[in-house]
Write a protein that binds this ligand. Structure first.
Ligand code: AMP
Ligand code: MG
Length: 403
């Protein structure tokens, strides 16, 4: 059994970043940008109005109300046909280019129009540069705006669109196959018979694959028999990552490590000092032309999810070119006194609560171990407890890992 840090280092050593590809911007979501993205425009592209109102010359104002001649109108998407001189104004809409000669915009709400095509403005409200933004204030043409390695979400995708990247280079999405194992498992829509339970890992891990930004290419269930396992594993090894659940512990039907070995998957580690998740198995198939990272997650649902979170997600992000500083801990005071006993570092389901004083604290949830998915489903993360027997008083600072 090895320590978590060592396991993560071994895992990192096996990750080879996937090649990049160019995709339509709308397919770049949840991937890392592979090249620096430069803007091909100034933003804003011209000196623009920030409000609907009148473009004016601030020098016309001396503190008294003033009547100006309205000589034109400019809307967003249009372009001023003329500039203004002293005593003149142009009606302007938000985003439109400010005409030459104007150095301020007065909001329409603060003006009164008259029948003779003039507008009356209050003198005390106009300062130079009021309600306008200079060209290229936000970014300028040629500037690197989104750096290579940036994780792309809705906001960064919007930004890439703004600066002219209808297509972007991103690392390929890893392809992932899932194989759940176990004679006792039935589909979620079936009623379990004697000795049976439902296969909760299959949809849970499939969801985890999507959440991590990878592409699920196959999903199978195998019973604990060599033929069934062999077939499912052979099929699953065609992707970049194969995730198995169950069959890696010490039971008589735990056949997964043996089958993986038979199919040429080289073991990197088996068993990590971690609770839940100790039986985790990790290995690599490398045929020279194809490489597949293989994870045998323990079958208990909470163990499976913790191990996915720690190892598989890290691998998926690494394959896509992301950095892997995880697990990042936050520190919070314990909301309640807690007695913890365990021989391995333990991840205990917990949630963050706010006290009346506005302070955030973490509360360990009632949890019955690795088979208790219910507690985890309503947890926001885990408290990391060190091995040993210890009573922690309320208020003690503890590590919290968000899920
Ligand atoms: P195993 O790792 O195969 O020894 O399984 C450990 C425990 O997790 C057993 O109680 C299994 O019934 C349960 N288990 C295994 N696979 C799943 C699954 N896909 N969904 C729900 N429970 C599972
Ligand atoms: Mg099993």
């Amino acid at each position: 059994m090895i320590e978590l840090r060592e396991a993560l280092t071994l895992l990192d050593g096996e990750i080879r970043r996937l090649p990049k590809e160019t995709v339509e911007l709308s397919f770049a979501h949840q991937r890392y940008l592979a090249d620096d993205a430069t803007s091909d425009v100034d933003v804003p592209p011209h000196r623009k109005s920030l409000v609907d109102g009148y473009a004016v010359c601030s020098a016309d104002f001396d503190g008294k109300d003033i009547s100006l001649e309205v000589i034109d109108e400019v809307v967003a998407g249009g372009w001023p046909r003329t500039g203004i001189g002293r005593g003149q104004a142009i009606r302007i809409m938000t985003g439109a280019a400010v005409p030459t000669g104007a150095d301020a915009v007065v909001m329409v709400e603060q003006t009164v129009t008259t029948d003779d095509g003039r507008v009356i403005l209050r003198g005390d409200e106009v300062k130079p540069m009021q309600n306008l933004m200079e060209k290229a204030t936000i970014m300028h043409q040629g500037q690197v705006v989104v750096p290579s390695g940036q994780w792309l979400d809705a906001a960064t995708i919007g930004l890439l669109a703004e600066i002219g990247h209808g297509q972007v280079a991103v690392s390929k999405r890893p392809t992932v196959s899932l194989v759940t194992t176990g004679n006792e498992l039935v589909a979620p829509s079936e009623k379990p018979g004697p000795g049976q339970i439902r296969n909760s890992n299959a949809p849970m891990l499939a969801t985890s694959v999507h959440e991590a930004g990878a592409r699920l290419i196959g999903q199978r269930h195998a019973v604990d028999e060599p033929d069934s396992l062999r077939e499912a594993i052979a099929d699953g090894l065609s992707g970049d990552v194969l995730v198995l659940s169950g069959g890696v512990s010490a039971g008589v039907l735990d056949l997964v490590p043996g089958e993986l070995k038979q199919q040429g998957v080289q073991k990197i580690f088996h068993r990590v000092s971690l609770k839940p998740g100790k039986p985790i198995w990790f290995g690599v198939l490398d045929t020279g032309s194809h490489r597949c990272l293989v994870f045998g997650l323990p079958g208990n649902p909470v163990s499976s999810l913790v191990c996915f979170h720690l190892f598989v997600r890290r691998a998926i992000h690494g394959l896509m070119g992301g950095s892997s500083e995880f697990p990042a801990c936050e520190s919070y005071p314990l909301a309640t006194a807690f007695h913890h006993r365990g021989n391995r570092p333990t991840w205990w389901p917990a949630r963050v609560i706010r006290t009346e004083g506005g302070l955030s604290q973490v509360e360990p949830l009632e949890w019955r171990g690795s088979g208790d998915l219910r507690a985890l489903a309503f947890a926001e993360g885990w408290i990391g407890f060190s091995p040993g027997t210890k009573s922690h008083e309320a208020g003690t600072q503890v590590d919290f890992i968000r899920r």
